[in-house]
Design a protein around this ligand. Structure first.
Ligand SMILES: C[S@@+](CC[C@H](N)C(=O)[O-])C[C@H]1O[C@@H](n2cnc3c(N)ncnc32)[C@H](O)[C@@H]1O
Length: 731
């Protein structure tokens, strides 16, 4: 994507108002796609063999095909993929658009289980957007999570996560055990971090697509990420650092691999775009301020047998192999992993082992070594961003840089990309003393100025008292602690007592079983008052919240929203209802007898109108509705067919029964996606607005607005500016 580092207004990754056309590759002549500096620099680097240069350039000048991924946890994605293959691909085989016959989407051969597709025409892919649960995402951007090989028990960190297309893939892997209708509660977790506060809200928005009690979002500078504490053991007041099994460093970069999409790069590219980022990412000199930079911080936070994936959408070796080499130099206990046999269909080139950085915009001078550069032009050397760390180190041959992967546009009609997989070298078991020293080496470098105070541990919860995340007097200023910057205005997290009366009434109202993890329900206020929404976390996230000052780790979101307060309207008491996004999480704890069964006719009425009157349903369903209390209920629709519409697997949705009408409690977008997928048409606009008149009508509430307007605008901007766009229409 546009790589998200701070940019001038109008740059990649920032709002560009109405100027989107400037970035459309179909609106620029190929003859204008040139930049002599770019050509000279990459030719000098011998980035591709000479006889491939022309096809490399030709690919760079060709619009990028739109690619998409079938999103959702494994079972859902596979089921959807069947529908796409059986129903929609054949339909798309005979589509014409503006008098042009459009080719149908084809699968990306290297993507596991055929869950990603490549549409040779953008317009044809737009047609395929009518599928629900489709993420439009640059093909190469799908790679890093695949090489990370996440499993549900893993602790996972996504250090530079926004807007979150890879975060979504990581969450899906963490939720590999979800079924078609219910969400599992993984024992691991995913922390999605971004230093840009606004962009962290894109991550929260993304996570609503795959609600997870094992998900949290932080807003910190990844290069200075504080250590997250965990209780050392039950009953102990000692804390230890949370280390990660998997860490993704999809770092900010110059983004020149996205030139097929971000055509402004043709005009602006110059070598310093990449030079400036090298130091941001990796320590060049232990004496400098770079010593906590992103990749090195990840190395400090990794478990002994863990794995780091480092990726950029740049093809510049200074931002890629240069960073890896410097990181390996400073942390010799790490090595590059040979992943040449993973994703065998993926065409790739080995990492580079020699390159020549330059700060000369005319690219007329390049030096083999830093020393040669300094002695030839000491003045220039003093005034550039270049340091010795930009050049290949003397021991470059020992680093196996060829194990890095370079993806070039002409290899498989994609963007340009770089991926490296790192792990700690396997060492023989050491005697105790030495082992201890190794563990100490892994400790974070951050100074602990205060003795951390342990919040209440999970096993110390007193049943009737809400338990809160630590903050307040203990909290260091977030800027001080290396946070994302600026003030931090999030509300604290307070776990409810499992005997909280509102929670208990909610559980009994929804007839949840005794297995429901009621001690893992939190609210977002310091008092622990159930004011509006309740969130569910898994045990690990709960431990983290209780053991850490939430302002120090700038915790922006945790767990998934499951219940929300619903005003009942005149004369009817407010009550809590299950959110559409929370239903799959709560479903395994729902008494099956409390679930009503519907059919395709009922589903059609509920989907295609907004406030259907109870009288508009057939007699048998009316009779069921008559027996229900006012408020929230769950309806299950088994697979079925109706006038060409079909439902391939059980669908469970929350409804709200008011005095005279029934509403489907899913937000407008999700409802529309559901309508498109099952009935092949959008919800008619009139149906979205018309409310029934008469007694009890006011009790039919509005379903939750899924995305705040501002977040929606940001997603739109992300879509326009980056190849890693997620346009999931989930339900
Ligand atoms: C390449 S983008 C990440 C794309 C993302 N992984 C995805 O797949 O959607 C880089 C992100 O890094 C963030 N960023 C930049 N500097 C950072 C830092 N020091 N710490 C954490 N995040 C940072 C930017 O705000 C941006 O969202």
């Amino acid at each position: 994507m546009g790589r998200g580092r701070p940019r001038k207004k109008g740059g990649r990754g920032e709002g560009r108002g109405g100027k989107k056309d400037e970035y459309r590759t179909d609106l620029i002549e190929k003859s204008d796609m040139k930049n002599e500096r770019f050509f000279a620099y990459y030719k000098a680097q011998k980035i591709v063999p000479e006889d491939e240069w022309e096809s490399f350039l030709e690919a760079l000048r060709t619009p990028l095909p739109t690619t998409f991924r079938v999103a959702g946890s494994r079972q859902i994605a596979q089921s959807l993929n069947e529908t796409i293959k059986d129903v929609h691909v054949p339909q798309l085989s005979d589509v014409t658009f503006e008098d042009q016959k459009l080719p149908p989407p084809v699968q990306l051969s290297w993507y596991p289980d055929g869950l990603a597709g490549n549409s040779t025409s953008q317009k044809s892919a737009q047609k395929s957007r009518f599928e629900g649960n489709i993420s439009r995402q640059e093909a190469v951007s799908m790679l890093p999570p695949l090489f990370l090989e996440v499993e549900p028990h893993h602790t996972v960190m996504d250090m530079c996560a926004a807007p979150g297309s890879k975060t979504a893939q990581l969450l899906e892997a963490l939720h590999a055990q979800d079924t078609l209708t219910s969400t599992s509660i993984p024992s691991g977790l995913l922390v999605a971090n971004d230093s840009d506060y606004k962009r962290t809200h894109l991550l929260i928005h993304q996570s609503a697509r795959l609600p997870s009690p094992a998900f949290m979002v932080t807003n910190l500078d990844a290069s200075n990420y504080p250590s997250i504490k965990l209780p050392a053991g039950s009953g102990s007041n000692r804390k230890e650092q949370l280390l990660f099994d998997r860490i993704l460093c999809d770092v900010p970069c110059s983004g020149d691999g996205t030139i097929r999409k971000n055509i402004g790069i043709w005009k602006s590219w110059q070598p310093n775009d990449g030079n400036g980022l090298h130091g941001n990412i990796v320590k060049l000199d232990p004496q400098t301020d770079y010593n906590c930079a992103i990749l090195q911080r990840a190395m400090k936070m990794l478990k002994p047998n863990g794995r780091i994936v480092y990726s950029t959408c740049s093809i510049n070796p200074v931002e890629n192999e240069g960073v890896i080499a410097a990181a390996l130099e400073s942390s010799p206990e790490f090595q590059l992993v040979d992943v040449s046999s993973s994703l065998p269909e993926l065409k790739r080139r080995p990492g580079m082992t020699s390159w020549r950085p330059t700060a000369d915009k005319s690219i007329s001078t390049m030096y083999e070594t830093y020393e040669a550069f300094v002695s030839a032009d000491p003045q220039a050397a003093a005034s550039t961003k270049l340091t010795a760390g930009h050049w290949p180190p003397a021991n470059v041959d020992e680093l196996n840089l060829d194990r890095c992967m370079r993806i070039y546009p002409h290899l498989q009609d994609s963007g340009g990309f770089f991926v490296a997989v790192l792990e700690r070298k396997h060492v023989e078991a050491k005697p105790n003393r030495e082992r201890k020293r190794t563990a100490e080496n892994m400790e974070p470098s951050e100074p602990e100025t205060k003795k951390p105070r342990l919040g209440s541990e999970s096993d110390a919860i007193t049943p009737d008292v809400p338990v809160q995340s630590t903050s307040g007097a203990d909290a260091k200023s977030t800027t001080e602690s290396g946070g994302g910057g600026g003030s931090f205005k999030e509300m604290p997290y307070t776990f409810l007592s499992p005997r909280d009366p509102t929670l208990l009434s909610c559980i009994s109202r929804l007839r949840l079983t005794s297995e429901f993890p009621s001690s893992n329900v939190l609210v977002r206020n310091p008092e622990g008052d159930v004011v509006r929404s309740m969130y569910l976390t898994n045990d690990l996230i709960k431990q983290i919240i209780l053991a850490n000052d939430f302002t120090k780790i700038r915790l922006t979101a945790a767990g998934t929203k499951v219940f929300t307060k619903q005003e009942g309207g005149k004369g009817i008491e407010a009550q809590y209802r299950i959110l559409g996004e929370g239903l799959p999480v709560v479903l395994p704890y729902t008494n099956p007898q409390s679930i009503i069964t519907g059919d395709m006719n009922i589903l059609k009425t509920l989907v295609l109108s907004h406030y259907p009157l109870c009288t508009s349903f057939e007699e048998s369903f009316r009779a069921v509705l008559d027996t229900l209390e006012l408020g929230c209920h769950i309806v299950k629709f088994p697979p079925g067919e109706l006038d060409g519409a079909s439902l391939s697997h059980d669908l469970l949705v929350p409804i709200w029964k008011s005095g005279v009408s029934v509403s489907l409690m899913v937000d407008k977008k999700a409802k529309n996606a559901m309508s498109l997928r099952i009935f092949g048409k959008e919800v008619p606009p009139s149906a979205r607005e018309k409310k029934p008149k008469g007694a009890g009508a006011e009790a039919a509430p509005e379903p939750e607005a899924e995305v705040e307007a501002e977040e929606e605008a940001m997603m739109d901007d992300a879509e326009a500016t980056t190849p890693e766009v997620v346009v999931v229409q989930a339900f």
